[in-house]
Structures are given as C-alpha cells and as structure tokens.
Design a protein around this ligand. Structure first.
Ligand code: ASP
Length: 530
C-alpha cells in the first residue's frame, strides 16, 4: 500500500516536472522564436526610459556635439542600412520584374497601384474628417506658438514636374546621389528695383490712374507698389539619392531582361545572386539593430526641446495626427487585410514588428526597407516575387501616414490663419496631399518639405510650416511607422490575391533555398491563419 502511494506520489511529481519542463521549453521556444522582437522592444523601451531618466531626473544638459557622440552607434546602424538601400532596390526590382511574365507583372502592378492609391486616399479623407471635427487650430493665436526652423518656397507646378523629371533621370549613375529640384529663390531688393526700372525704361510698365486713363509709373509709385518679396525659379541637382528614378529604371530594365529569354538569363542569375548576397548582409545588420535603435532613441530624447511647452502649444494638432494614424493603423488597414485575405492581422503585425520598430527609430522608410523585406519573407513567408517587387516601390511612393499628416497639417495651418476652406480647397488638399506623399522621399522629414506643395496649392502661407516643425521629429517617426505598416499590409494582400498567378511561374529565388543557405537565419515564423 505504502509502496503504491509512494509510486503515485512519484508519478505526480514527475508529471508536475514534465508539465513544468514543457512549460519552460514552450517559453524558451517562444523566446528563441521571437528573440529579435524581444530585443528590439527592450532596446526601444530602454532608450526611452534611460533618455527620460537623464532628461527629467538630472540637470544634465547636452550640446549638439555631445548628442552626436551619444548617438554614434545609432548613426553607424543607420548608415549600414542606408548602405544597402541602392543595391537592394535595384537588384530586387530587376529580379522581381524579370521573374514575372508580362501578364503577371501587369496584374501585380495594377493591384499594387490600386492598393496604394485607395489606401492613401482613405488616409487623407480620414485626416481631413478628423481635423475638421476636432478643429485643433480654431481660435489659436499663431503669435503664441513658438516657431522653429525655416521654410522654403516651392511652386506647385514645378514640384509636380520635378517628380516626373526625376522618374526619368538623365544619368542613372548620378541618380544614385543626385535629385533634380526646382527652388524658388528670393530676388534681392536691388535687383527687383533694377528689373522694374528696366521695364520702365523700355516704356513697358503702364498703370491705370484713378480716372481710368493710363500713365507710366514713376520711381515713388514703383517703390510703394513693389511687392515685398519676389521669387525666381532656379532648377538644378541637389545631393540626394533619386530613388524614384532608380525604381523606374530597375522596373523597365528587369522587365526587358525577363523578355529577353535565354539571352537575358546571365543577367538574371547575376542580379539574383547579388540580391541574395545583399540579403545576407541585411541578416547581419538586423542583429545589430537593437543596439542601434537604443542609441538612436536615446540621442533623440536627450536632444529634445521643451516637450511640455511644445505640447501646450500644438498638443491638439499632434493629437489629431496621432489619432488619425492610430485609426488608420489599427482599424482601416487591418480591416482591409482581413477582408482581402481572411487572415489574422495581429499575427501579421507580430511578424512585421521588427520593421515597424526600426521605422520608428530611424524615421525613414527607405532605410527600413531591408528589414521590411526580411521580416515579410522570413517571418511571414510572403513570396519573394511579391515582396521584392512590391516593397521597394511601396517604400518609395506609398506613404499613407505622410498623406494623412500633410492633410491635417495644411488644414491646421488654415484654421490658425482663420482661412475659410471651401469644397474646392478641400478637394485640392486631398489631391495635392496624395501627390505630395508620392513625391516625398523615404527619408526623415521629407513630408515636411513636400507639404509646401499642399499649402501653395490653396494659397496658405508657406512660412507657417515653422509653427509645426518643433514636433515634427516625433510625428515623423509615427507616420513613418504607418508608412511601413501600409506597405507591408499591401504586400500581404497582393500575395494572397496573386497566388494563382504565381503558381505557374518558376521562382528564380529558389536557387538559394535549395542549398539551404538563405533559410538558415530564419528568426521567427508566424501562422497568420484567422
Ligand atoms: N520619414 C517619412 C518616411 O520615410 C517620410 C515623411 O517625412 O513623411 O516614410
């Protein structure tokens, strides 16, 4: 009897132990599977925590130089991501396009464009509805809001022409480091005067007098009538990668290689191998991201201006942007995802989270692209023919967060100026905000620059951009995260809706899988079934 009891007790003990060890192994499996996400989240939170402890708990003040020293590991991480952007975009698009036949690439392209356009427009409409109902700028005296930085004059037509011009760069090598931009340069007063005098001397400037007759302007009249500022358009190249030009070139180049048959095969193999090598490099960079992100966030928080004052002044505006981004990210996009894929958006979010955290830390969707590609391919098993075709284009032109932000910011500036917007103005803002988001490069604060197009289009004072610059570093991070989330959801939907088209096509990326090299660094796997 006693023996039996002892045996039963033993059994219970070992059962408990088994239970515990299975729990433990489950836990360690989860940690191993999600190690990168755990590390990234820890570094992000730690960066914020340490930053706030130093900022609020001590009297330490840091100069710009000291902050640059503190952020140095973060800068190296950012540089390493930027280093792989051009080879990654070019090779992935070339291989992506070359691997699809005419019909498949056309269908995929069409689906992508339809998704980009509709979600961006939805984001703009959401932003407009929110800013019109919350009215963060109504009754605000703009002289009470602290201004920061400077603004630039841009002509709307020139900006749109620049966008088209950059799609067809005259020199593809130079496109790696130069972008065309037309600037509005202020004409110095003495030059303005001499311009008007010349016009007078040639007898050209007539004016209407009070009685309706005409007279030639004299000097005094001219000085009083002369506008305070005049601008002249000057176009030229500035040092910035023309990603749009590279995207367009690579798409066409890849499509042609794909249609060359046997002749194009060596190029296809070359770019495929090139792409795989770059992705291995990304695999190394990705494991450095927790350190990089910690220092980037820490440096940013230590360099932050007076947060409280800023929030008091333009808190409602920031809140409106954040609420809009939140609704778009947590309601609109997941809903679209569920409708089109019938899969679980939360698991999808988990799989994309390394890219989202990197987007928040770097404020650049281009710099995040390598991590987005890897997260989608490795964690979520999205077909590489889709990711490598859709994501580089999405990171360049699909920016839901930026579009929403531009619409809210433009209407906020209108409200601060007591400027009444009619239906025509609101439609103009929707269209220009969508275009401005397409034109914005995937780099920090690019949206702030292209917002000038929106303001100009409805005649709002461009100088008032300086009212919202103080908080832009933070809103930029939030909108970049939504931009990357939008691209990722797009890739997921397009993949699900294109499975049938892709089935009959050979997968050029298979070569690497067969030798087991590529999959060796898998860092997670998510079952996205609903
Ligand atoms: N920083 C954003 C991005 O890279 C662009 C913007 O300024 O809105 O996606």
């Amino acid at each position: 009897m006693a023996e039996k009891e002892a045996l039963a007790l033993d059994g219970m003990e070992s059962g408990k132990k088994n239970n515990e060890s299975s729990k433990l192994s489950c836990c360690s499996k989860f940690c191993r599977g999600n190690l990168l996400i755990i590390l990234l989240l820890t570094s992000l939170l730690l960066g914020v925590l340490v930053g706030f402890i130093i900022k609020l708990g001590t009297n330490m003040e840091f100069t710009d130089k000291e902050i640059a020293y503190i952020s140095f590991p973060g800068t190296l991480f950012l540089n390493s991501l930027k280093m792989v952007i051009i080879p990654l975009i070019v090779s992935s698009l070339i291989v992506g396009m070359a691997s699809l036949d005419k019909q498949a690439s056309g269908k995929l392209g069409l689906k992508a464009v339809a998704y980009y356009f509709s979600t961006t427009l939805l984001a703009v409409i959401l932003g407009i509805v929110l800013v019109m109902s919350i009215q963060p700028g109504k009754g605000r005296d703009k002289s009470e809001i602290k201004r920061d930085g400077s603004s630039q004059q841009v002509n709307t037509v020139d900006a749109i022409l620049d966008l088209l011009r950059n799609m067809v760069p005259p020199n593809i090598v130079a496109a790696c480091f130069e972008t065309y931009k037309t600037r509005e340069v202020e004409i110095p007063p003495n030059e303005m005067m001499s311009m008007m005098t010349t016009t007078m001397a040639t007898g050209g400037t007539m004016m209407m007098t009070g009685d309706g007759s005409t007279a030639i302007m004299n000097d005094t009249m001219m000085t009083t009538m002369m506008p305070k500022k005049m601008y002249r358009s000057v176009g030229g190249f500035e040092s910035k990668t023309n990603v749009l030009g590279l995207v367009v070139f690579s798409c066409f180049f890849g499509a042609i290689i794909g249609r060359m048959g046997k002749q194009g095969e060596p190029l296809k193999i070359f770019f495929n191998a090139f792409m795989e090598a770059i992705m291995h490099l990304v695999g190394i960079i990705i494991w450095c991201s927790p350190i990089g992100i910690f220092f980037l966030i820490l440096g940013k928080i230590l360099g932050m201006d007076d947060w409280e004052e800023t929030f008091q002044q333009i808190g409602m505006y920031s809140l409106t942007v954040m609420v809009g981004l939140g609704i778009h990210a947590f309601v609109v996009l997941p809903l679209i995802y569920v409708i089109f894929t019938r899969k679980n958006p939360i698991t999808y979010l988990m799989g994309v989270s390394p890219a989202l955290m990197t987007a928040f830390a770097t404020a650049s969707s281009s710099a995040t692209l390598p991590i987005t590609l890897r997260s989608l391919e490795e964690n979520l098993r999205i077909d590489r023919r889709v990711t490598r075709f859709v994501l580089p284009i999405g990171a360049t032109i699909n920016m839901d967060g930026t579009a929403l932000y531009e619409a809210v910011a433009a209407i906020f500036i209108a409200q601060v100026n007591d400027f009444n917007l009619d239906v025509k103005d609101v439609i103009t803002i929707s269209i220009t905000a969508t275009l401005a988001s397409v034109g914005a490069a995937g780099v920090p604060q690019a949206g702030l620059v292209t917002m000038v197009i929106v303001l100009n289009a409805v005649g709002l004072p461009v100088d008032d951009i300086t009212l919202i610059i103080v908080i832009d570093w933070f809103l930029d991070r939030c909108r970049t995260t939504i931009n990357v989330w939008g691209d990722s959801i797009g890739a997921g939907i397009i993949y699900e809706r294109s499975k049938a088209d892709l089935e009959h096509l050979p997968d050029p990326f298979d070569i690497s899988d067969k030798n087991g090299f590529y999959g060796a660094e898998n860092y997670g796997d998510y079952d996205t079934k609903l």
